[in-house]
Design a protein around this ligand. Structure first.
Ligand code: PHE
Length: 447
């Protein structure tokens, strides 16, 4: 492995991978998608997707990455030189640009909300006030573009410093603090008047809500939240030492990520229902509800800013993992310089991100796209965050299960993990269950 690529330390990998997985996907995207899809049933199908489809794919990505020591394009090419499989890698690189572009918009909001919170903007705020303030915020076009620029700049800065100096250092410290503050929020939310209605909405599956689109979104959420389907985990796997126990790392990452998402729901829904708000408000749901929660809790003026700061950092450990995919590709395959590449990729993602930044009220046409009747950001989120990742995961499963072959993957897994007791189950899942289910779900045949 060349100097330019670098390596994770042992503990650094789990932290960095968990840092990639935990982010806006858990705290922003998950509650808003649950809310749009009628609650409990979505949660159930999401959990099934994580266990049955996503976890096997997670192990497949990390293993492929460590074996090849390469970015996604290079990894496919290494195992099947000269074949079309590298197109799957290219698709991952493109998804990286696209997801980074709109993810950074929301990440920019968390920075904006940190500033609002620390300057006392939420003191005594009501739910009507919070909604009005959010609308004014997202309608301010120069602020939206400015915050997007700030976030992309931060991401580029960290990435340009390389894996161990940059990524690892930032992933290591703040997770426990974030968990602690989430626990406090959880207690506050669950003890609000009328909280139980939110819990019921969140946990009680309503079979009438079942639709092909719900299942696609639930599966897409599982991939998105675990950073799968575009080669992030292949890329991170390429920095992992041969001593690392991959199955146990994968299990920990999945557990931790899912735990935080589920917890986020227990915070957001009781708060929504106790404020008499509706759960299907779309992408603003977290930003509309949490300020009211902070206004109602002791020392909320301290916890509010702290929460948004930590969320911004959690988002940063995710954006750097997204940016690292195209950057690793250019460094490995085109022999470019890390810093220049990071700036170049960041600049393009910024430009692609502008329409998303302006699609939450700032520009009418982008906020309600003709034909689709959703905002540009929501459309990007569906195409790249659900469809493209699911398709990517499908091809990765087929590649690892049938082209590279799970028995060869097993040899790689064995390094650092003497006894992989559930090999048979994993192999069956990656060869058959995951690809078949993904296809059926994508084509809406599963119902
Ligand atoms: N998993 C990250 C989150 O939940 C987002 C992400 C998606 C990161 C795809 C990398 C790749 O916030």
């Amino acid at each position: 492995m060349s100097e330019q690529r670098g390596n994770f330390s042992r503990v650094g990998f789990i932290l960095a991978a968990a840092g990639s997985a935990v982010g806006l996907g858990n705290l922003w995207r998950f509650p808003y998608t649950v809310g749009n899809n009628g609650g409990g049933l979505f949660v159930l199908i999401y959990l099934l997707s994580v266990i049955i489809i996503a976890v096997p794919v997670l192990l497949a990505e990390i293993t492929l990455g460590r074996h090849t020591g390469k970015n996604p394009v290079g990894a496919f090419n290494y195992i099947k030189p000269g074949s079309q499989w590298k197109l799957v890698g290219y698709m991952g690189v493109i998804s990286g640009f696209m997801i980074l572009s709109y993810y950074s918009v929301i990440a920019g909001w968390t920075v904006g909300y940190f500033v609002k919170a620390i300057t006392g903007g939420f003191n005594g705020i009501t739910s009507a006030g919070a909604t009005a303030s959010f609308t004014a915020f997202t309608s301010n076009w120069w602020l939206m573009i400015g915050l997007l620029a700030v976030f992309i700049f931060l991401t580029v800065y960290v990435i340009s410093r390389g894996v161990s100096g940059g990524i690892e250092k930032y992933s290591r410290i703040l997770m426990p603090v974030l968990l602690g503050i989430l626990f406090l929020l959880l207690i506050r939310s669950l003890t609000l008047k009328g909280a139980s209605k939110g819990v019921v909405f969140y946990l009680k599956p309503d079979i009438k809500a079942l639709s092909p689109s719900l299942v696609i979104q639930a599966m897409g959420q599982a991939f998105f939240s675990l950073s799968l389907g575009m080669g992030t985990m292949i890329t991170y796997g390429s920095y992992v030492s041969k001593k690392e126990n991959l199955p146990s790392s994968a299990a920990w990452i999945a557990f931790f990520d899912t735990f935080i998402a589920i917890m986020a729901g227990f915070i957001i829904f009781p708060a929504i229902f106790s404020q008499g708000m509706s759960p299907d408000q779309g992408s603003g749901v977290m930003f509309n509800t949490l300020p009211v929660l902070f206004a109602k809790m002791p020392a909320g003026a301290i916890f509010g800013p702290l929460f948004f700061l930590l969320l911004a950092i959690a988002a940063l450990t995710s954006t750097i993992s997204i940016l690292e995919v195209p950057v690793a590709y250019f460094i490995d395959e085109k022999k470019t310089h890390r810093k220049k590449t990071a700036i170049f990729v960041g600049l393009i993602a910024f430009l692609i991100g502008i329409p998303s930044a302006l699609s939450q009220g700032a520009v009418g046409f982008l906020t309600d796209l003709p034909l689709f009747h959703i905002g540009f950001l929501d459309l990007m989120n569906h195409i790249w965050g659900n469809l493209s990742l699911s398709l990517g995961a499908f091809f990765i499963a087929i590649f690892v299960g049938h082209i590279w072959k799970s028995s060869n993957a097993l040899n790689e897994i064995k390094s650092g993990c003497e006894k992989f007791t559930v090999y048979g189950v994993w192999s069956f899942a990656i060869k058959y269950i995951a690809p078949v289910l993904i296809l059926l779900i994508l084509f809406g045949i599963v119902l």
